[in-house]
Write a protein of this length. Structure first.
Length: 576
């Protein structure tokens, strides 16, 4: 080896298994085949993974950003090795059987990153993600592998303009309902669909992608401010470069994801979701990330934090603004600073910067000439934008997004559907009446399989002007773009004999988002009698990835995870 090559000490790094010693000559020959130098082979090998694809605008800018991240690694004595993984884009999967693939993709993303890193013995990870499930999937893989890691969001889409107002894809989904009700012309619907999504990037409101982007900063895995800039902005490349630089600092410090993801940082993450009126899907993703670290943090823990957190960021779908608007007044750091000053987050949590949350926020000032984010002393509402529910209809809990809602209590008669398509057909033909509680069941993690989101149905209701005139409950999920009285994650799910599967048309259901209750007016004896008559249903998914998922997936209450997590580990990849 030439004198110019000064290898780092790889005696405890995973990449020693593929790059150090005479016996690794065959491995190194493959690296030479790719044009790598001896110096590059001797440096730490950093996996740079993105969810780039041409499925949707969420991911289309990630290849560009990955190159910037690689440059950050390369210019700080590391050797980047780029790879990609899948995504399923909810906006395109929505409203048909393709949505059964969405939540499954979270597990496939995490599994595929794990397998790639394990198989090639990478020492660290920089992960870039765009679509809803790809953000938690990448973060789950980082926690599972526990090598030094930096996460970066690919950025939001710019808002469209329609009739002198900002619009997002949510408006298009709701316009379908308005069109079906005769309240929007063919010409207006076509114009709206053509202008709603004008750039690369993930959906612009505080839907699941932007919610989990805020989580990435609050939990400490992302560089402060990196969640905010829209995808087309060149500043994203700068954040990507510094993410690559930062991961090399983490290698030196041996600061790993499980040092960063703690019970306290998970609480910080749940707090930013509530304060921003974020997606109910965080109630699945935070427990799943916690499971990868061996931390018991379920839907009820998340809901407790939602209950005590003020709602202060006026973001769509419940509010007025989009992600770009929050970025322009300082982004997630301003929201975190408001929450820190109000005493709602833990400032002593360590982050990827090597500093604590409080140290990261020390110089952040609250801008007074804006109304996107309020202080905790003057919130939009005193409790979070998402509320946990529990009762005899949901013994394992449920979630409802109340941000922007006027009605927090609802009592009505059940109208039961055993799949989303049947419910959507009824809504499309206006075959329901005010006061109904539409029940969509057998759409849970096992029963779907795949726990579909119901944005097409809920948006159609809102577009017809019935958003708060009916309620909708499901053992499936709702999109982060959903608004109205919509309760998801009801557990136990129908497929395992949960109470939602025992309901009959006409049963009286009461939902109270103030007290956190969801009940059906049936005695324990009647529910038991119905359970005795109930039998499990078959699905059409009896082979392939979705079948495999259904065999192993757990309850929504625990994050719908498919393996035991760190609690059952006997070794950690980072220490091989």
């Amino acid at each position: 080896m030439p004198d110019s090559v000064k290898p780092v000490d790889k005696s405890k790094m995973p990449s020693r298994h593929v790059s150090v010693g005479p016996e690794k000559a065959p491995h190194r020959s493959f690296y030479y085949a790719m044009g790598m130098t001896e110096e590059e082979i001797a440096q730490p090998l950093v996996g740079v993974v993105s969810t780039w694809n041409e499925a949707a605008p969420c991911n289309i800018a990630l290849a560009r950003q990955a190159q910037a991240a690689k440059r950050g690694v390369r210019e700080h004595a590391g050797t980047p090795r780029e790879f990609t993984t899948i995504t399923v884009t909810d906006g395109i999967a929505m409203g048909h059987a393709g949505m059964k693939s969405s939540l499954v993709s979270r597990e496939v993303i995490a599994d595929s990153i794990e397998l790639t890193v394990r198989g090639h013995c990478y020492d660290a990870v920089v992960g870039l993600a765009g679509c809803d499930k790809s953000l938690p999937g990448v973060m789950m893989a980082m926690a599972r592998l526990n090598v030094p890691s930096v996460f970066m969001y690919g950025g939001s889409i710019l808002p469209g303009r329609f009739k002198d107002r900002d619009v997002t894809v949510q408006d298009v989904f709701e316009a379908v309902g308005a069109h079906a009700a005769g309240n929007m012309s063919d010409e207006d619907l076509h114009e709206l669909e053509c202008v709603a999504c004008p750039s690369a990037g993930s959906c612009g409101g505080q839907f699941t992608a932007n919610t989990m982007a805020c989580v990435s900063e609050a939990i400490g895995l992302a560089i402060p401010g990196s969640a905010g800039a829209p995808a087309p902005y060149e500043t994203r490349d700068e954040y990507a470069y510094h993410s690559g630089r930062m991961v090399m600092e983490l290698i030196k410090a041996n600061l790993r994801p499980r040092d960063i993801i703690t019970r306290k940082s998970l609480e910080n993450a749940a707090t930013i979701v509530a304060a921003s009126g974020g997606s109910t899907n965080a109630g699945l993703h935070l427990p799943a990330i916690a499971s990868e670290c061996g931390i018991d943090f379920d839907l009820h823990d998340v809901a407790e934090i939602f209950k005590r957190t003020p709602y202060v960021a006026d973001l769509k779908p419940g509010g007025r603004y989009v992600a770009r608007d929050m970025y322009e007044i300082g982004g997630a750091p301003v929201l975190l600073k408001v929450l820190l000053d109000g005493g709602y987050i833990h400032g002593d949590c360590i982050t990827v910067t090597g500093k604590t949350m409080a140290e990261n926020l020390a110089d952040v000032e609250f801008p007074t000439n804006q109304d996107v984010i309020r202080t905790t002393a003057e919130p939009l509402s005193p409790t979070g934008g998402v509320v946990g529910l529990r009762g005899n209809l949901a013994p394992e809990g449920a979630l409802v997004k109340v941000a922007g809602m006027k009605t927090l209590k609802f009592t009505g008669k059940a109208r039961c559907f055993d799949c989303e398509e049947d419910a959507y057909a009824a809504v499309e033909s206006r075959d329901y009446k005010d006061g109904d509680v539409l029940v969509i069941r057998y759409e849970g993690p096992k029963g779907g399989p795949g726990m579909r989101e119901m944005l097409s149905t809920t948006a159609a209701l809102y577009g017809q002007g019935a958003g708060e005139k009916v309620a909708l409950i499901t053992d499936g999920r709702f999109s982060g773009a959903t608004r109205g009285f919509c309760i998801g994650h009801v557990g136990p799910e129908a497929a395992v004999g949960g109470p939602i599967g025992l309901l009959k048309d006409g049963d009286s259901i009461t939902i109270d988002a103030e007290t956190g209750e969801i009940n059906v007016d049936l005695s324990d004896e009647e529910l038991a009698a119905r359970k005795a008559e109930w039998s499990a249903r078959a699905t059409d998914y009896n082979a392939g990835a979705i079948w495999k998922y259904a065999q192993t997936v757990g309850s929504a209450e625990k994050g719908a995870v498919t393996h035991p997590g760190a609690a059952a580990e006997t070794h950690v990849y980072a220490d091989i």
